[in-house]
Design a protein around this ligand. Structure first.
Ligand code: NAD
Length: 282
């Protein structure tokens, strides 16, 4: 039976470590400030933003949510971004995705000041990631690397297979795994013989968005399996991309959904915010 990787416990530990850095900042009169721009009524986005707000409580992080109506124009959203770029109380902010379809998402993201880009999605920050330079790293991939490390399994030299090539999870994660010296394969919707490729993985990450698609036939015995997916099954129950019950019988380590990657993603957002605030001291 797989050992369960407890993302909630790992997130609590990361937040406890951050508290020391936050109190160091307080001694310099700095309270880290995080803002989320939330446009429209996407129900999942509202849940994520609520979780982000909750996480800031008891952390001495100033948090703010700017809610904008669904029909907001691209120019209105860009104006808000530019206000936040100038706001000295806000050290980091993000625009919750997805944006309404009439808005050019990339154009909005490109206006975020890279130093305040706590999601790490600005092309300049993604460029830093590609080059192995310092800068904010996208939260979900950063959290995944942290979770893999909690198992004690060495990443260097291992076969890592990432299923999914989105700009927010799959691609940046592949770069981080390369940085950790894994041998990395990225799979996607055009990949042939997916189960056979996935079976090579010592570290398998599913970031697909398809409920319980990954079965035991995809998993090498003893592998570390990280489930990024957040889906609703046919009974409207929250589940990941991995069939937890089936895969737990062959994997060495496995993240649950909920309680795996999700809490760690939020902890990394707080870490990026604190780092953005600490940059003021340099
Ligand atoms: P996306 O839709 O942008 O990308 C999905 C990827 O899966 C694509 O690259 C696509 O090629 C690939 N794919 C689709 N069908 C496939 C198939 N049959 N075989 C192989 N590959 C296939 O999604 P995303 O934004 O990367 O998110 C993926 C999942 O992770 C979603 O369920 C999302 O809700 C979840 N997510 C969770 C967190 C978290 O904090 N836990 C953060 C981000 C995303």
């Amino acid at each position: 039976m797989a050992a369960i990787i407890d993302g909630s416990a790992a997130a609590t530990q990361t937040k406890d470590e951050l508290k020391q850095r936050i109190s160091d900042l307080a001694s310099h009169g700095i309270v880290p400030g995080l803002c989320v721009i939330l446009v429209g009524n996407n129900p999942a986005s509202h849940v994520y933003v609520k979780n982000k707000e909750k996480a800031c409580q008891n952390m001495n992080i100033y948090s703010q949510v700017l809610r904008m109506p669904e029909e907001s124009s691209e120019a209105e959203i860009v104006n808000k971004v530019e206000e936040l770029n100038r706001n000295p109380k806000i050290h980091g902010f993000l625009v919750q995705l997805p944006l309404p379809s009439h808005v050019n998402t990339q154009r909005v993201m490109n206006t975020i000041l890279p130093a305040k880009d706590v999601d790490g999605f600005h092309p300049i920050n993604l460029g830093h990631l590609l080059m192995g330079e310092a800068g904010p790293v996208p939260c979900t991939p950063a959290g995944i690397i942290h979770l893999i490390k909690t198992t004690g399994v060495t990443i260097a030299g291992k076969e890592a297979v990432v299923i999914g090539r989105s700009n927010i999870v799959g691609k940046p994660l592949a770069l981080l795994l390369l940085r950790e010296n894994a041998t990395v394969t990225v799979c996607h919707s055009h990949t042939q013989n997916l189960a056979a490729v996935a079976q090579r993985a010592d570290i398998l990450v599913a970031a697909i968005g398809k409920a319980r698609m990954i079965k035991r036939s995809f998993v090498k015995p003893g592998a570390v399996v990280i489930d990024v997916g957040i889906n609703k099954d046919e009974n409207n129950k929250l589940c990941g991309d991995v069939d937890f019950t089936d895969v737990s019988e062959v994997a060495g380590y496995l993240t649950p959904v909920p309680g795996g990657v999700g809490p760690m993603t939020i902890a990394m957002l707080l870490r990026n915010t604190v780092e953005a605030a600490r940059a003021q001291l340099l």
